[in-house]
Design a protein around this ligand. Structure first.
Ligand code: IMP
Ligand code: MG
Length: 177
């Protein structure tokens, strides 16, 4: 694999600080039994760090994972969303917090929100690490947003390009030239 240059947007330290404050915000706003549904694969590092910060603010969710696909292996959105791996947790009467890597067109999160609400969740909220403003094609809001990013392709801290770059401890813009 020939790695391209990545220009750092947020360092590991900046991300850690923001994730800690997001855990505080979430714990302050959500009350009662909560199931976190982390959307794989992009949110795996964010979700892992977020739930450990939740421990320190006395927030104790159940955690499950769902794999949805809307992107192929390149940087173009395909438009439709499929369930590739489903959760096994009963959501009836529970608060659900969907955790995702980035809100761009909104297709993935809109699909996930409706799906989990239809399964009997009391309330479905959304936490995203990143939001790319101005790219939405579907009306959906995130309740908790880590950082807003420019309209460029970003990688690292779980976000990928063709399944590479996920291991970067920072988030940066991928320079494809
Ligand atoms: P959506 O367009 O809001 O449905 O976003 C779908 C998915 O596309 C996200 O969960 C990411 O996995 C991926 N995605 C969107 N923008 C980027 C990016 O800049 N870098 C890496 N993945 C992205
Ligand atoms: Mg994703």
């Amino acid at each position: 694999m020939n790695l391209h240059q990545v220009s750092i947007l947020f360092t590991a330290e900046e991300i850690a600080r923001r994730v800690k404050s997001l855990a505080e915000e979430i714990a302050g706003e959500i009350e009662g039994d909560t199931v976190i549904v982390a959307l794989l694969r992009g949110s795996f590092i964010f979700a892992a760090d977020l739930v450990r910060e939740m421990h320190y603010v006395d927030f104790h969710p159940q955690i499950d994972f769902m794999t949805l696909s809307s992107y192929g292996s390149n940087t173009e959105s395909s438009g439709s969303v499929n369930i590739q791996r489903d959760i096994t947790t009963d959501l009836e009467g529970k608060n659900v917090l969907i955790v995702d890597d980035i809100l761009e067109s909104g297709r993935t999160l809109s699909f996930a929100k409706h799906l989990l609400k239809d399964r009997g969740a009391k309330e479905v909220k959304v936490a995203v690490l990143l939001e790319k403003p101005g790219k939405k094609v579907v009306k959906v809001e995130a309740d908790f947003v880590g950082f807003r990013v420019p309209d460029r392709f970003v990688v690292g801290y779980g976000l990928d390009c063709a399944n590479f770059y996920r291991e970067l401890p920072y988030i940066g813009i991928l320079d494809l030239n």
